[in-house]
Design a protein around this ligand. Structure first.
Ligand code: BDR
Ligand code: CA
Length: 346
C-alpha cells in the first residue's frame, strides 16, 4: 500500500529535491502540498511548486497557499541561500496548474480528517500552517499516522544564528505550538525530527549530479565546479537534470561562500527519504521545546534527553544515518524518473 503524504514546503532548492524524490518513489501518494512562506514568500513557493509538478509531469496534486506571515513576527526570507526565485540559477516555465481554493491549514485538516490514522505529514519549511491547522483541529497528533519535521539543531550549531536552524527561526511560535501539541502523543505518533545535527551530514557534491545525469541517460555529463561563473547554465539534454544542475549549483556556491566546501546540505530530501522509510534513521526520544524569550537564544530548539523536565518525550530525534544509502536512493529514483519522463531520442 502506498503511504499517503501531505508535504508542507517552502520551495526552496532542497525542498524541490524532496518533492522530486517523493514523485519518483512508487510507495508515495502525495495527497496535497502546502506552500509555506519561508525561503521565499508563500506565493513564490506555490509558483515554484506548481512549476516543478509540471517539470515532473505529475498528475494533478492539490497545492494550497499558506499564510503570508509567521504567527507572531514579520516574515524573513533567504534569497541569498536559494536564489532570487528560490530555485537557485534555475528558471522554470510558468505553469497552467492552479492553486487550491482552500488554505494550506484547511487542506491539512480536511485531508487528515478524511483519512484518519493514515496520513503522514512531512514538513520541510517553517511550521506556520501546521500550527494553524492544529488550532482548527487539536486532535491532529492522534489523527496523523506520523509526522516528520526537518527543523531544529540540538547538539549542533545553528545555520541562521549561532543556535537557530532556519525553519524554526522563521516561525518559532509555530514550532513551539507544534511540539507542545505532540506532548500527549503516544510513542508511535511522535514526530521524527531531522535536525541539522544529521542533515548537515547529508552532503551533496558535484559527483552526485553526474551520477544523476548518468542514471537519467542525460548528455553531456556536466562536472560543475566552484570556478564556474554565475551566468553558466546547464545544457543537459534531460530537463530534470538541467533543472537539478542549475538549482543545486547555486546551493553549492552558497555553501562554498560560507566556507563549508563546494557541496550542499540536502536537509529536506533526507527528511523525505525518512518519511518513506523511517528505518533509514536511528532515533532517540526526547522532550523538545522552543525558546521564545531569550534575547540571544530565541528560536533555539532544546532537547531534554534525560527527562530532567519531568515531561514525556514529544519527539524522536534522528541521531544517525548512512548518507551513502540516502544518496544511492536519490540518484536511483530521481534518475529513473528523469529517464522515464524524458527518454533520449535514438
Ligand atoms: C532548512 O532551511 C531551508 O533553507 C532549507 O530548505 C531547509 O528546509 C535547513 O535549515
Ligand atoms: Ca525547506
Amino acid at each position: 500500500m502506498r503511504r499517503k503524504i501531505i508535504l508542507d514546503v517552502d520551495t526552496g532548492i532542497d525542498d524541490s529535491l524532496a518533492l522530486l524524490y517523493l514523485l519518483a518513489s512508487a510507495e508515495a501518494e502525495l495527497l496535497g502540498i502546502a506552500a509555506t512562506a519561508g525561503n521565499v514568500p508563500a506565493a513564490q513557493v506555490a509558483a515554484n511548486t506548481l512549476a516543478l509538478l509540471d517539470l515532473a509531469q505529475a498528475p494533478p496534486i492539490e497545492v494550497a497557499l499558506g499564510a503570508s506571515e509567521p504567527l507572531a513576527i514579520p516574515l524573513r526570507t533567504t534569497e541569498d541561500t536559494h536564489g532570487p526565485q528560490g530555485l537557485g540559477y534555475a528558471e522554470l516555465p510558468v505553469t497552467a496548474r492552479e492553486l487550491s481554493a482552500r488554505s494550506a491549514a484547511r487542506m491539512w485538516v480536511d485531508l487528515v480528517r478524511a483519512h484518519p490514522g493514515a496520513v503522514t505529514g512531512l514538513c520541510t519549511g517553517p511550521l506556520t500552517n501546521l500550527a494553524l491547522a492544529l488550532r482548527i483541529e487539536p486532535e491532529l497528533p492522534v489523527l496523523l499516522d506520523r509526522l516528520v519535521i526537518m527543523g531544529g539543531a540540538f547538539n549542533h550549531p545553528g545555520n541562521t544564528t549561532p543556535t537557530n536552524e532556519w525553519n524554526i527561526h522563521v516561525d518559532p511560535e509555530a514550532a513551539k505550538e507544534v511540539f507542545d501539541a505532540f506532548s500527549a502523543a503516544p510513542a508511535d505518533r511522535r514526530p521524527i525530527v531531522c535536525a541539522l545535527d544529521i542533515t548537515e551530514t547529508i552532503e551533496m557534491r558535484p559527483a552526485h549530479l553526474v551520477a544523476l545525469a548518468e542514471a537519467a541517460g542525460s548528455t553531456p555529463l556536466e562536472h560543475v565546479a566552484a570556478t564556474d561563473t554565475p551566468d553558466w547554465r546547464s545544457c543537459a539534454s534531460n530537463p530534470i537534470i538541467a533543472y537539478l544542475t542549475d538549482a543545486v549549483r547555486f546551493y553549492f556556491d552558497f555553501h562554498q561562500h560560507y566556507d563549508l566546501g563546494y557541496l550542499a546540505h540536502m536537509h529536506d530530501p533526507f527528511a523525505a527519504a525518512v518519511t518513506l522509510d523511517p528505518g533509514l534513521a536511528r532515533t532517540r526520544p526526547a522532550t523538545v521545546d522552543v525558546e521564545l524569550a531569550g534575547t540571544i537564544t530565541r528560536a533555539t530548539t532544546v532537547a531534554d534527553w534525560a527527562g530532567m523536565w519531568g515531561r514525556e518525550p514529544n519527539a524522536d530525534i534522528v541521531i544517525g544515518t548512512d548518507p551513502a544509502v540516502f544518496f544511492d536512493r536519490l540518484v536511483t529514483r530521481v534518475g529513473a524518473l528523469a529517464r522515464r519522463l524524458y527518454p533520449e531520442q535514438p
